[in-house]
Write a protein that binds this ligand. Structure first.
Ligand code: FMN
Length: 211
């Protein structure tokens, strides 16, 4: 039988369920479906302007790349962010994970820029910069977790604004660790963590990733 592309097969032919009842979704909006991971704050030490000051931005586009040896994550931070210049210069940042209690602040932080020399976002939004262990950028005390990161690879920055970061140290805030993280749906709406279901018994191939 001649091989045909999947798109050439008549939908009525194989025993697939009909798409009736489903609606088309624009491919260009795929990011709205794929983005949901926790929206995060990125802290940098801004040494680019005249004043040295900590800065914050909000980030929804990120991914895990490698579990360990070393732990790597990918983040999209573009030249439209003032943070980009600090990351480029200092090659380090902190990825801080907020919970819903900080929701309005998280959105507002992503809607103003540290390129205004007067603006210290920690002060404006009542967040506490905490000294990190291995990087110059501060942790955000009120967040449930903070990951200190150094730039590992910049090969994809010119094409995709994608930075590969190595996580060099992590912190958990015991007061906030049970909180709900927020997941950006790409349009200013968010979902919150829901019920946890535990399917660890079925993860037979991946026991090494269970505590
Ligand atoms: C919910 C939300 C998610 C965002 N996600 C990203 C992102 O993934 N990458 C990015 O470069 N900018 C993202 N932004 C935009 C930056 O946070 C925004 O440009 C911010 O003003 C940058 O601050 P800065 O100029 O002080 O660095 C996001 C903003 C919001 C509100």
């Amino acid at each position: 039988m001649a091989k045909r592309k999947a798109s050439e097969i008549d939908a009525s032919e194989p025993a697939f369920a009909s798409p009736e009842g489903l609606e088309n979704y624009p491919a260009r909006k795929a990011y709205r479906l794929l983005e949901p991971g926790p929206v995060v704050l990125v802290s940098t030490l801004d040494t680019v302007g005249e004043n040295i000051k900590p800065n914050l931005m909000t980030m929804g586009f990120h991914m895990v790349i490698q579990h360990e040896d070393p732990p790597l994550i990918g983040v999209i931070i573009g030249p439209w962010d003032h943070s980009y210049a600090a990351l480029k210069k200092n090659k380090e940042c902190v990825v801080a994970i907020p919970t819903v209690e900080l929701a309005e602040k998280v959105v507002d932080i992503g809607n103003c820029s540290g390129d205004e020399s007067e603006l210290d976002k920690f002060a404006r939004f009542g967040l506490t910069p905490v000294k990190a262990g291995k990087v110059g950028a501060p942790l955000v005390k009120e967040c449930m977790a903070n990951l200190e990161c150094v730039v590992e690879d910049t090969k994809l920055v010119s094409k995709y604004n994608m930075w590969v970061l190595k996580v060099v140290r992590g912190w958990i805030n015991p007061d906030a660790k049970e909180g709900k993280t927020m997941h950006h749906r790409g349009d200013g709406t968010f979902t919150l963590d829901g019920e946890v279901i535990n399917l660890q018994e079925r993860m037979t191939k991946w026991k090494e990733y269970q505590d």
